[in-house]
Design a protein around this ligand. Structure first.
Ligand code: 0X9
Ligand code: ZN
Length: 306
């Protein structure tokens, strides 16, 4: 039931993934792909376990790199739910593999539950500062610190003492390198703003394949809008032109270094909520459902192209 997505602790997400892996061993694979700064298990669910000699194109999705953006993990969990628990979607993993991380920043997520609702960063202890945490979405090593990132440890967009200073971002990078070249679509869920953003984010320039990125983004935006017309009109643009310049993001890294030409940051809707990051409980389900409609379009494109 959907109730199982309204988690209040990061451990509940891991419990859900472990239950699915136990219940559906033929079509799922659970990977303990990293350990957070405070020692939490970072889990990635993929599958079905395919022939590694003939890798399928992979759609990689993460959520929750920013702790307070609570709508992001449920959006990823709902995709996992649809793929694994709804037999009607079995065709979606015949020709395509999925790798999904519902909570990329478990320390920060737990901290927003227990201590500080507006916490954004990781919870790492920093050299020479009493402030804690690095912005994971400034910590990747493509044009690190080039723009829109701070070298001040107490800042919300602190890029870290150096690129890949955080175990959470290193874990993502290592997964990409271990699964060399298989990711054909990278999606990272954030909140909020109804934005489908593609590279580049580090500067106000467009990539060579901007035509593909814009075309596919527009198709997805249309599908999301048509799903339930919850005023979810997405704008589709580059990260820097559609939002602001920021370097060291996962989406830029996934395209430039990780080998996934198609790469999007998805800023999910706030809906009719009145305060930042505080989605109405009644709108969680519509938001994750319309997002799923967009994911189906992403899948069709990947299946046709690769
Ligand atoms: O600043 C971010 O990391 C993202 N926005 S958020 O409000 N979720 O923090 C936007 C990342 C998109 N990339 C760039 N604008 N470069
Ligand atoms: Zn974010």
């Amino acid at each position: 039931t959907f109730r199982s997505f309204m988690f209040h602790h990061e451990v509940s997400m891991n419990a859900y993934l472990r239950r699915l892996a136990g219940q559906y061993p033929e079509i799922t694979k659970l990977e303990h792909f990293g350990t957070s700064f405070e020692g939490r298990d970072m889990l990635l669910i993929s599958g079905p376990s395919s022939n590694p000699d003939v890798p399928k194109p992979t759609i990689f999705i993460d959520a929750g790199i920013h702790a307070r953006e609570w709508i992001a993990p449920p959006a990823a969990l709902y995709i996992i739910h649809q793929l694994v628990e709804n037999p009607a979607n079995a065709a979606l993993y015949q020709n395509v593999d999925w790798a999904i991380i519902p909570c990329l920043n478990p320390d920060g997520y737990q901290y927003t539950q227990d201590e500080e609702r507006w916490w954004r960063k990781t919870r790492s202890v920093l050299p020479n500062s009493d402030c804690r945490g690095t912005d994971g979405n400034r910590n990747f090593d493509y044009y690190w610190m080039h723009a829109g990132a701070s070298s001040t440890p107490c800042a919300e967009t602190y890029a870290g003492p150096q690129a890949f200073s955080e175990p959470e971002t290193v874990a993502l990078k290592d997964w990409f390198f271990t699964n060399n070249g298989t990711v054909k679509l990278y999606l990272t869920f954030h909140s909020f703003g109804n934005l489908l953003l593609y590279p580049w984010g580090y500067d106000r320039i467009v990539p060579d394949d901007v035509g593909d990125l814009k075309y596919l983004g527009d198709l997805v935006a249309e599908a999301i809008y048509n799903a339930n017309k919850l005023n979810s009109v997405y704008m589709v643009d580059t990260s820097a032109l559609g939002l602001y310049e920021a370097a060291g993001t996962s989406a830029d890294w996934a395209k430039a270094v990780g080998g996934s030409a198609l790469s999007y940051t998805i800023e999910l809707p706030l809906g009719s909520a009145r305060y930042a990051f505080l989605n109405l409980a009644s709108e969680i389900l519509p938001i994750v459902q319309e997002t799923w409609a967009g994911i189906e379009v992403f899948h069709s494109f990947i299946e046709e192209r690769f």
